[in-house]
Design a protein around this ligand. Structure first.
Ligand code: ZN
Length: 210
């Protein structure tokens, strides 16, 4: 088994065990050295993949190697690699709370979590298009250059990374942020940091307002 296959199988297991995908949801890909794309197949649980399930496609989505059909979201993956030469891996999942924000059409207010903003940057809110369509790939076009994490309205989330570990890490952190913001919203109080607080790198005033 190649390292790339092993990494995708392990990533699928992590997504499944963390509840970031359910049923047959989600898809994962990596860019191979010769420019082809190794991607998960259509219609299988990501928690129990085997090497023979994975598919290699070219940059037009044509199957180069493998017995199965590639993920129905292959257009989204191909576009990510086309517009972001620095990207080596793409993860798409339906994390429950991040997806809830996408259904609510709300932005994730990461201003309250400066460390996250630093490592992930802003999260794009991508207008709705049906899953698996060219239309969805088109809706992503304006966002590729400036984002590594995306909320797909009424659908789920997408993350990019220089390698699979980074793309997966961003997906996990995205869901963690959505969870924190969800709980903060229950407390009916989300306080973004003031500019002076960001600059100071921590303060001793405590969290409560004066
Ligand atoms: Zn999806």
């Amino acid at each position: 088994m190649t390292g790339y296959c092993r990494d995708i199988i392990e990533a699928g297991r992590r997504l499944y065990l963390r509840g970031l995908v359910a049923g047959r949801e989600g898809n994962i890909s990596v860019r191979l050295p010769q420019g082809h794309i190794l991607i998960t197949p259509r219609g299988l649980s990501k928690g129990f993949l085997q090497e023979g399930d994975l598919v290699i496609i070219d940059t037009e989505g044509r199957v180069v190697s493998g017995d199965r059909e590639p993920s129905s979201e292959w257009r989204m993956h191909v576009a990510a690699y086309r517009y972001r030469p620095d990207v080596g891996a793409v993860v798409h999942a339906h994390p429950p709370l991040a997806t809830a924000f996408s259904v609510a059409r709300g932005k994730l207010p990461l201003e309250g979590l400066p460390e996250v903003l630093l490592v992930m940057g802003p999260v794009a809110s991508v207008p709705y298009a049906p899953p698996g369509t060219e239309e969805l790939a088109q809706k992503l076009l304006p966002f590729w250059k400036r984002h590594d994490a995306f909320l797909l309205c009424n659908h789920g989330a997408l993350t990019l990374g220089k390698d699979l570990e980074e793309a997966l890490y961003r997906m996990e952190v995205l869901e963690q942020c959505a969870s924190i913001m969800f709980y903060a919203s229950l407390l009916q109080r989300i306080c973004p940091l003031e500019e002076r607080e960001k600059l100071k790198g921590g303060g001793d005033e405590g969290c409560a307002s004066p």
